[in-house]
Design a protein around this ligand. Structure first.
Ligand SMILES: [Zn+2]
Length: 97
């Protein structure tokens, strides 16, 4: 029997709770010159957060913001307005049904 492809899936750590998970269990949030992108194509540095049933895990997002984990993941200062954008984009995803 062939190995399931997920077995070799790359593992990333959630920047909120630090849990290591396969990429498909996480949402990638990137920041580039064009701005912040949640779970979309982007060539910027990625920050990973746990994926919940309907979007980004809120507790991980809160923990990441409190710990300034986005600034570490992106190796850049993150303005308060960008945190607002991240929250809005994560919330918008959660409302998509
Ligand atoms: Zn997490």
């Amino acid at each position: 029997m062939r190995r399931r492809p997920e077995a070799s899936e790359p593992v990333r750590s959630c920047i909120g709770c630090r849990t290591r998970r396969p990429r498909s269990a996480l949402v990638r949030i990137t920041r580039s010159a064009r701005g912040v992108t949640v779970d979309g194509a982007s060539d910027g540095r990625g920050a990973w957060l746990c994926r919940s049933a309907d979007g980004v895990a809120t507790e991980c997002l809160d923990a990441a913001i409190t710990a300034r984990a986005f600034a570490r993941a992106w190796r850049a200062d993150v303005a308060p307005s960008e945190y607002v954008t991240i929250r809005e984009m994560a919330a918008r995803r959660q409302r998509v049904h």
